[in-house]
Ligand binder design. Structure first.
Ligand code: HMG
Length: 403
């Protein structure tokens, strides 16, 4: 049975900051951010967008009535979840109006979460061939104003329907994966921002890729020449290029040219969004599929997932005949084209806005946000969500909760 990606949707908030202008304000040469890091624009999430709303917005563009009926598992990869207990998947399940006969859980291991979700989805479909699984990756990357990681922040989500006989990509063969306890990046439960050892994280990323690649070759007998492209988890676009370069001397000049050119195309969306943690690898895959019109049906694409802490996995997929017809290239062009630039001081202001944590009520102006699904406020410690498209209002006021 063939199992893979049947549909893929994407969402990023409507605000961004220009990296040249951020560099100017931070007294850094713009080329450090645009070339050294490889980022052009950084998506900014207003208070009306959180990982739940972004994931729901990404899913809304791909789900039809049949999906809503057949999806029996919602797997939500995130590392910026909104609750220590209730999974973000349950909120999305409701906001999308999915069939109640479904499982809904959150999966966490830094940026690896959505890949773990894909592997779980594969197993679920192998046992239940008629089912469809909604895999979500959604995150807001925050390091803090004026920090070393600031230029590698971002916000956005990817939604994928994983099923048998998929329309876009079939997962192929064995995976290579590894875990090692490394303190390169983490976010304690009491902190809204991540702690990071930037240099160590870069080294570990490359080391994990090299080890996974060696393991993958040993398991499959495949080599660089067998791949049309590699998609990487992209915390910033230069990172994937560095990892790819670490193995390129194994192949021919033609392999280097092809893989580097496709890496650049796969980085287009990420350059304009920033790090979206769990969804970054799949945003890079989407960028490659939508922006490279020369990719042939049947092309083999390697996918490298890295989640700090750390877990890495390398696996592959092959493009299905006619995959392009199942993409939403025009919609994504419009999503990028209609974004609004904010100044650095506006970004700083948005960054510092937070929801009340004392149980008080806050109502947000969702009319300023063009997205369908928005956070409309908070009441009694419960987030209030609205799906403008369906009129679903998530008014789960925790009035009965005694504190
Ligand atoms: P930094 O210290 O600000 O930057 O930190 P740098 O001094 O290392 O410079 C960056 C690059 O810009 C260098 O290139 C410079 O040479 C170049 P490289 O040597 O690396 O190729 N540069 C210039 N280029 C052109 N013109 C110039 C210029 N000036 C300098 N004028 C760092 C950078 C990425 C470490 C920092 O932003 C950071 O800590 N980010 C967060 C951590 C991160 O993204 N790590 C990536 C691997 S870990 C990962 O992927 C997991 C993660 O997504 C989390 C998860 O799993 O949940 C982060």
């Amino acid at each position: 049975m063939e199992i893979g990606i049947d549909k893929i949707g994407f969402y990023t908030p409507h605000l961004y900051v220009d990296m040249n202008k951020l560099a100017y304000e931070r007294n850094v040469e713009p080329e450090k951010f645009t070339i050294g890091i490889g980022q052009e624009k950084m998506a900014i999430a207003p208070l009306t967008q959180d990982p739940v709303t972004m994931a729901a917005n990404a899913a809304l563009e791909i789900l039809d009535e049949e999906d809503k009926e057949k999806i029996d598992f919602v797997l939500f990869g995130t590392e910026s979840g909104i609750d220590q207990s209730k999974s973000a998947a349950v909120y999305v399940h409701r906001l999308l109006g999915l069939n109640a006969q479904a499982r809904a859980v959150e999966v966490k291991q830094a940026c690896y979460g959505a890949t773990a979700a894909i592997q779980m989805a594969k197993g679920h479909i192998a046992l239940n061939p008629e089912s469809r699984v909604l895999v979500l990756g959604s995150d807001i990357a925050r390091y803090g104003l004026n920090t070393g990681g600031e230029a590698t922040q971002g916000a956005g989500a990817i939604a994928m329907v994983v099923s048998k006989d998929p329309s876009i990509m079939v997962f192929e063969g064995p995976s290579a994966y590894l875990t090692d306890d490394v303190m390169d990046f983490w976010r304690p439960a009491y902190s809204g921002e991540a702690f990071v050892d930037g240099k160590l994280s870069n080294e570990q990323y490359i080391a994990f890729f090299s080890r996974a690649w060696d393991q993958y070759k040993a398991k499959t007998g495949l080599e660089l020449a067998d791949f049309d492209a590699f998609s990487f988890h992209l915390p910033y676009t230069k990172m994937g290029k560095k990892a790819l370069k670490a193995v390129l001397d194994e192949g021919s000049e033609a392999d280097s040219e092809r893989l580097l050119a496709n890496h650049q195309i796969g980085a287009i969306y990420n350059r304009n969004v920033g790090n979206i943690y769990t969804a970054s690898l799949y945003l890079s895959l989407l960028s490659l599929l939508e922006q490279n019109e020369d990719l042939q049906d049947g092309s083999r694409i390697g996918l490298f997932s890295y989640g700090s802490g750390a877990v890495g996995e390398l696996f592959a997929g092959r493009l299905k005949n006619g995959y392009r017809e199942h993409l939403h290239v025009e919609r994504h062009r419009e999503l990028f084209a209609t974004r609004k630039e904010v100044t650095v001081s506006e970004y700083e202001e948005i960054f510092q806005e937070t929801l009340p944590t004392d149980g008080s009520r806050l109502e947000l102006d969702i009319h300023q946000d063009p997205a369908n699904v928005c956070l409309s406020g908070i009441e009694g410690h419960a987030r209030q969500y609205v799906n403008k498209a369906s009129g679903i209002r998530e008014e789960k006021v925790a009035a009965h909760v005694e504190r």
